[in-house]
Design a protein around this ligand. Structure first.
Ligand code: FES
Length: 163
């Protein structure tokens, strides 16, 4: 589950310092920030630049290169649908269309209630049992339209429980 939270400069500075001396540190830094906040806010980029002695352009380049990194807040649940080859062979494109129609959003968008963000992904490592999706950290295989709807109901239920 991905939850977008507010963030504090000092905390994010500490997160950057924890990873910044590792080899190829920018990726671990960005992963850690996205894990903390749910996305990489634009106003975090100057902090990273300052701490790591990089230009803002270098950091924006990496954020935009990797599908994984988000520049915008997400809904409470991030639903990723695999579009890679093995899942295509088992009907992921139909599932994708069903998901978009059911949720009323396109990829990279969030439902108006803020519950679900839909994203494409290119292989979840679950190729033998496609079509595959991931919701938060959980991967699901052989996802039919009916199963997708049931999973979305679960997401909505957990929203209500969370109040
Ligand atoms: S191709 Fe979809 S999980 Fe690998």
């Amino acid at each position: 589950m991905s939850v977008t939270v507010s963030w504090q400069r000092d905390h994010i500075r500490a997160v950057i310092r924890l990873h910044k001396d590792k080899p190829g540190a920018l990726l671990p830094v960005l992963h850690a920030i996205q894990h903390e906040i749910g996305y990489i806010p634009d106003n975090v980029v100057p902090l990273i630049a300052e701490e790591m002695r990089l230009t803002r352009a270098e950091i924006h380049g990496v954020i935009s290169f990797y599908h994984h990194f988000r520049s915008h807040p997400t809904g409470r649940h991030v639903v990723e649908i695999c579009r890679a080859e093995a899942c295509q062979a088992t009907g992921c494109r139909q599932l994708e269309q069903h998901a978009k129609n059911t949720l009323g959003i396109d990829f990279e968008q969030t439902t108006p209630c803020g519950s679900v963000t839909l994203e494409p992904v290119y292989c979840l490592g679950n190729c033998a049992t496609g079509p595959s999706i991931r919701i938060g950290n959980q991967i699901y295989g052989r996802v039919t339209s009916d199963r997708f709807d049931a999973l979305m109901d679960t997401c909505r239920d957990s929203m209500q429980e969370a109040g």
